[in-house]
Every structure is written in C-alpha cells, then in structure tokens.
Write a protein that binds this ligand. Sequence first.
Ligand SMILES: Cc1cc2nc3c(=O)[nH]c(=O)nc-3n(C[C@H](O)[C@H](O)[C@H](O)COP(=O)(O)OP(=O)(O)OC[C@H]3O[C@@H](n4cnc5c(N)ncnc54)[C@H](O)[C@@H]3O)c2cc1C
Length: 317
Amino acid sequence: MFDPSAALRQGMIGLSKNTKVRDVVEKAPVSKDVVKRFVAGTGTADAVGAVRELDGHGKLATLDFLGEDTLDKAQAIHTRDAYLDLLADLADAGLTDGGRVEVSLKLSALGQALPQDGKKISLDFARSICEAAAIAGTTVTLDMEDHTTTDATLESLAELRKDFPTTGAVLQAYLKRTEADCRDLATEGSRVRLCKGAYSEPASVAFQDKGEVDMNYVKCLRVLMEGKGYPMVASHDPRIIEIAGSLADKSLRAADSFEYQMLYGIRPKEQQRLADAGNRMRVYVPYGDEWYGYLVRRMAERPANTMFFLRAVTGKR
Ligand SMILES: Cc1cc2nc3c(=O)[nH]c(=O)nc-3n(C[C@H](O)[C@H](O)[C@H](O)COP(=O)(O)OP(=O)(O)OC[C@H]3O[C@@H](n4cnc5c(N)ncnc54)[C@H](O)[C@@H]3O)c2cc1C
C-alpha cells in the first residue's frame, strides 16, 4: 500500500545526496536562521557554549561534529582534529566530569568508506578520539548509519571497547537484526543508545511500518533495561518515554542507571521536564558547517519540520 510519509521520507533522503539542491539550500541566506534551530553553530566555541547552557539547566550533552560519507582522507583528518580540539576545550572549560558531556562520532566521517583501508583508517581515527576523550575524563558513542555499515561499525566498537570499555554504540529499532544486537550488547558496562533509525532502508532488512518499528523499539528496550548495560533511550516519542519509565521501574533501575536522549531543538520543554524530574537527560548537539544531511533527515521524519524549512527557504512564512 502507498504510504505518503514513507515516500516523503525516501524523497527527502534522496535529496540529501543531490549536490545541486544542496548548493542552492546551503547558499540561501535564510537557511542559516533555520539551521540555528537544530544546529548549535559552526565552531568549537559554539559547541562549548551550547554545552554550558544545557549544563546550567541540569541537562547532559553529546556533541556531534557534523559530516558524513567522506571519500576524502584530508576531510577525515579534519574531522578527527576537530574532535581532538573540542575535547581539549571541553576539559579546559571544566565540563567533562561526571559524564556531563560526551561526543558522538560517525565512522563514515572518519573515512570508513575510503576505497583503500577505509575501515582501518576510521578505526585508527576513532581510537585517537577515544584516547583524547579518556584524557579529558569522558567517552565516545558511535553513531549508526545505513545498514550496509552496521557490521563494520559493531566490529569497530568491539575493537575500541578492548581499550576504552565505556565506548557506546547506537542501535536502530527499525532493523530486524536489532533485538539480537541488543542481547549481544546488554552486558556489564556496555552503553547502548537505542533509536528508531533515520535512513531509508529496504524491507529485506528493516520494518517499513511505523507501528512495527515502535513495537520492535519496545522489545529491544526491554532487553536493554533487563540487561546489565547502560540503556540510552533516544526518542522524542511520548509513548516510548512513558514505556521507558515503566520498564526502568520494573527492572528496578535507579534513575542514574539509564538516560533519556533527544536532539537539540526538538521538544526542549519535554527535555527540561525530564531533567527537572530527576532523570538523566542528554541532548545530542550537532555543530559545524556540514549540516545539510543531518537537517534533511530531521525533515524526512517530520513533515511539520519540512514545511517550516521550505517556508523559510522560499521566503513564505
Ligand atoms: C540522541 C539521538 C541520537 C540519534 N542517533 C541516531 C543514529 O546514530 N542513527 C540513526 O539512524 N538515527 C539516530 N537518531 C534519529 C532517530 O533514529 C529518529 O530518526 C528520530 O529520533 C525520530 O524518531 P523518534 O523516536 O523521535 O520518533 P518519531 O517516530 O519520529 O516521532 C514519534 C512522536 O514523537 C514526537 N515528536 C517527534 N519529533 C518531534 C518534533 N520535532 N517536535 C515535536 N514532537 C516530536 C511526536 O509526538 C511524534 O508523533 C538519533 C536520535 C536521537 C534522539
């Protein structure tokens, strides 16, 4: 059956790969204002400022230096160095203790898809960032990208965890394999961020129906909550948040043994409510110039965001 929201999502994600559209949108002067709602700024100082602001309101943060899918080694080096600078600045600002801030990485931004030795290069760069994070007193979580990279990313995770056991991973509830991955990762000290999934994936590997994705999210979350690891509930969905609270209660989890996570600029009042109620509430804060792919995924998952964006770009508010 034709599903208009799935078609919109697929179309938007297709657009994210169209470089001509990307050029026009990135140059539209109004884009900058629209971007500000979802992206903390372009430089390290903006990122540190956003963390300080969240910290002042009792919220935790994870920072993402925007960029993905690079086939240019110099760009991968640039991304690694941006994280190294960021971690040094966060430590200097006194923001890294007590798990207040961590960083999130996309291995594709560190060269995972480079034709020669991509996996090794991205792992080496991720290792340097994990070392810097450990020195700064914090840790790293590996973002999860499209399903063709899941195995490679989980293999890199296993390597990194040998030396940096607090390194976390993201699992996506829309993938049929994820319940099994949750069982594998629900072990002592293992940090797992469970999200629904933001890429356009085929029916052979992913649930296509939103209801099925939600059901699988709850199944996977139960595995994580009943397990020995540290679940990170990454969702803006009110039903998922409510269910997460009851699953945590049923599993006799203390408030500091799991956390809620949401994206910067999305449901800020709900973020504050959860933090004020004594929960650990972490905000995923993207920053940098390469905001286009990130923003298009946010549009694809919510038509209201798309209209907000299109009205701003076309000047029709
Ligand atoms: C911390 C974090 C990290 C993530 N990392 C990854 C990753 O590594 N890989 C990946 O594929 N995806 C990642 N995602 C994105 C994720 O997969 C989803 O695409 C995204 O979070 C939307 O799903 P949802 O659970 O919020 O619910 P949806 O199904 O999109 O929405 C459910 C309900 O939530 C509420 N809601 C959602 N958005 C809004 C909004 N903008 N304003 C108001 N209410 C809203 C509405 O009530 C809506 O009906 C991440 C998400 C978070 C929060």
